[in-house]
Design a protein. Structure first.
Length: 255
């Protein structure tokens, strides 16, 4: 059961409504190879997030994991425009908030894929939705075109960690490989033989920093918007705390 399916009950609904109105207070850390977002797709996505009410703060991949600026973020997006070695020794994979990434060289460290994930041609091989009931699928099914232009999409090739949930695949050398996936909080991820649980949600999305953003389809943006929404929803325990706070607030108003 995913966290979205567990958000039931009056207090959770009220908390979700409160949370939805607070997008402008949410800060997304956008991790790139340097301190500026320069790649075409990265720039377009960052602009889209700002237009949706989020604050976007760029970070270099080598930023120390204990940097105070990182601690104030509500979500990280890790571009494929990073050096994976610098990221692993810098920002790192153990931040305490959700991370969305399209850097395939991190897939072995998180999702348990081969250490050198490959990329499939995105314009000729559409995303195939494997779990259409998952929130990230956005009620889509079958083959979904992500872009009408040239480009590649990262795929996690090989056996994945037990905790990895595959929502969508693309073909690599005739074989369907994961390209839209999650590792939920507490699920078993990481390299084979060194699996462990992670302190926060990870999402792998099928895009690339070199894409021409004008060629991204409505379905492609829909999946990315859903990934951000899914990543920012608090865990059920957090909803419970917010719900208790709301209950106390309304009780105080009645008095």
């Amino acid at each position: 059961m995913t966290k979205m399916s567990k958000l039931i009950g009056g207090s959770a609904v009220a908390a979700a409504m409160l949370f939805a109105t607070a997008a402008s207070a949410l800060d997304i850390g956008f991790v790139v190879a340097d301190s500026e977002i320069t790649k075409p797709f990265d720039t377009a996505w960052a602009d889209r997030l700002v237009s949706q009410g989020y604050t976007v703060t760029p970070f270099a991949d080598e930023t120390p994991a204990d940097d105070p600026g990182l601690a104030s973020m509500n979500l990280f997006i890790v571009s494929s425009h990073v050096n994976s070695g610098d990221f692993l020794s810098g920002v790192g994979i153990d931040q305490l908030v959700s991370t969305i990434t399209y850097e395939p060289a991190l897939y072995d460290d998180v999702f348990g894929a081969d250490s050198n994930p490959n990329r499939s041609p995105a314009n000729t091989l559409p995303l195939t939705i494997e779990e259409h009931t998952h929130f990230l699928a956005q009620a889509m099914n079958g083959d979904v075109a992500l872009t009408t232009g040239d480009g590649t999409v990262p795929t996690a090739v090989g056996a994945l960690a037990p905790g990895t949930t595959v929502i969508g695949t693309t073909l690599y050398e005739g074989s369907p490989e994961a390209s839209l996936m999650t590792l939920e909080v507490g699920a078993l991820g990481g390299k084979e033989g060194a699996e462990r649980t992670f302190p926060a949600l990870w999402i792998g999305v099928p895009v690339d920093d070199d894409w021409d953003p004008t060629t991204v389809t409505d379905a492609g943006w829909k999946i990315l918007d859903a990934a951000v929404e899914y990543a920012l929803v608090p865990e059920p325990s957090s909803f419970a705390l917010i719900g208790l706070g709301l209950a106390a607030f309304f009780a105080r108003r009645r008095r």
